[in-house]
Design a protein around this ligand. Structure first.
Ligand SMILES: [Zn+2]
Length: 506
């Protein structure tokens, strides 16, 4: 309804009420008709394709602009004959096709369609630059596709293409699919079938994304010296099938993502060290990785998700600022040299509190640590361990906790445990879903030495004094009144030098 109103308003605005002469006769002015054609195209481009088509009915100038509008976007809600008309009808026959997009909204369509193939052929003849074919629609990744659309071979000869996106197509011509496009900048192939080996040879290529194409045995990128981003994800569950990934020639790569592929330790080590411009690396579900060694000067971000066979990770990356690890906390898994690190650790699987403590020691020198877990109980370390173990995140100034589900009755215990993990933080933040409200505690510290008489009865004999000896001020933000009350009692009871508690309500 809202869209309809917008078009109606545009129509009424074509008559300008400003020009009224002395006799009171309105001299209508069609200001829209004065717009230059490129500007009308820009307006049409900003609208959904169907609305742009309706806009062409509003004035002669719009109609002329529509006939030369270089974008054709189509979905299966409209009859295919209508789609083909766009290429053959009088007035549209000479339309330059800059972009052709065909997207289905539901699955299980036919495997081929003569009209659609001819329309794609027309676009290729008219030197289409962007081609987007989606025969999957908004189908979840874990839902299997029952019918694939036969890949129109004419696309292979579309030398003018700069952007190509293919989803839900069946390749049948032999085992090897070789894509060679001289002008191609961005190439995306998702959920396609029949590609045993893929060879991409595109000298101008900047981004390549190949995702969830079943039974692929090899992907090879040759003569793509400008490639900046490489994303390769296999179908989930195929990680143990052999697949060769050959991108060694892509020396200027900046962004590397590998998912569900059985790459080896050496593969990662050799590629990362050879790609001097790498900024981000994402390795997900690479279950063959056991020992990882990464030494890189420019690397800024590293993600290790569910690489469950890892037993040792040695990282030397002084520019690295962002690190994400999702998996089981294993003792002494990481050796990290990255002084400006913001580490996010999503704890998965089961481990003992002792193992978790040993695991976290590697992140003690980070600038910020975020711990994510399903329940806050995972982070509430038992008293006996706290009594005999040294805090693993000593020196950490900003500790964040993300908990999927939490019991607010455990909040004080969680705070107590976090202050053991990181005894002198500037800020401790807790975020509990589904509220997703960021609640924080800011701390001010006393400078006096913790060796007066009142200090004697706490952590006696320990080489490092606990947080209770230094906290002077606490400012809580966004906690509920009940939580504030519990926290105030906790700090008054525990903090030896507490002078003030402030509260910022949410
Ligand atoms: Zn103490």
């Amino acid at each position: 309804m809202r869209r309809c109103c917008r078009m109606t308003n545009m129509a009424s605005m074509t008559t300008c009420p400003d020009n009224v002469n002395v006799a009171g006769v309105t001299a209508a002015t069609d200001r829209f008709s004065e717009l230059p054609e490129p500007l009308v195209h820009q307006i049409m481009h900003s609208l959904p394709f169907e609305e742009a088509a309706r806009m062409s009915l509003l004035s002669r100038v719009f109609k002329m602009a529509w006939n030369t509008f270089p974008v054709v976007c189509f979905n299966e809600d409209r009859p295919k004959g209508c789609f083909y008309d766009l290429f053959t009808r009088e007035g549209l026959r000479d339309r330059i096709i800059q972009k052709l997009s065909y997207r289905v909204k539901r699955v299980n369509k036919g495997t081929s369609d003569a009209l659609l193939d001819r329309a794609i052929g027309c676009a290729v003849e008219r030197k289409v630059r962007e081609l987007d074919l989606d025969f999957v629609g908004p189908l979840a990744d874990n839902v299997s596709i029952k019918q694939y659309y036969r890949f129109p071979l004419v696309v292979l000869s579309a030398n003018s293409i700069t952007v190509l996106s293919l989803k839900g197509l069946q390749f049948t011509e032999g085992d090897l699919v070789s894509l060679t496009y001289p002008s191609m900048l961005d190439l995306c192939i998702q959920r396609c079938k029949g590609i045993k080996m893929l060879r991409v040879c595109c000298v101008k290529l900047r981004t390549l994304k190949v995702e969830s194409c079943a039974s692929m045995e090899k992907i090879e990128v040759v003569d793509a010296p400008n490639l900046e981003s490489f994303f390769f994800a296999r179908v989930s569950g195929e990680h143990d099938l052999a697949c060769l990934v050959d991108i060694f020639s892509c020396k200027l790569l900046k962004h590397l993502t590998i998912k569900e592929v059985g790459i080896s330790n050496k593969w990662v080590e050799n590629h990362v060290s050879a790609m001097r411009l790498l900024e981000t690396v994402n390795l997900t579900g690479c279950k063959a990785l056991t020992e990882l060694k990464i030494c890189h000067k420019r690397l800024k971000s590293l993600q290790l998700n569910d690489c469950r066979s890892l037993v040792s990770v040695d990282i030397e990356a002084r520019s690295m600022e962002s690190f994400l690890y999702c998996g089981q906390p294993k003792p002494s898994l990481f050796t990290i040299e990255a002084p400006r690190l913001n580490a996010r650790i999503n704890l998965q699987g089961t481990s003992t509190y002792e193992d978790l403590r040993e695991f976290l020691v590697s992140f003690g020198h980070s600038r910020e640590v975020t711990l994510g877990c399903a329940s806050e109980k995972v982070l509430i370390f038992p008293d006996e361990l706290r009594d005999r173990g040294i805090s693993p995140l000593w020196g950490l100034k900003h500790l964040k906790v993300f908990v999927t589900s939490a019991d607010s009755r455990e909040l004080v215990d969680l705070v107590d445990s976090m202050l053991w993990l990181a005894p002198k933080p500037d800020v401790f933040t807790v975020n509990v879903q589904p509220d997703s409200v960021e609640k924080s505690l800011q701390f001010g510290y006393a400078f006096s030495r913790a060796d007066e008489e009142k200090d004697l009865f706490c952590c006696f004999g320990s080489p490092i004094k606990c947080w209770r000896h230094y906290v002077k001020e606490v400012t809580s933000s966004n906690f509920k009144p009940k939580e504030v009350k519990a926290l105030e009692k906790f700090f008054r009871d525990k903090a030896i030098r507490l002078e003030a508690i402030y509260c910022n309500a949410n």
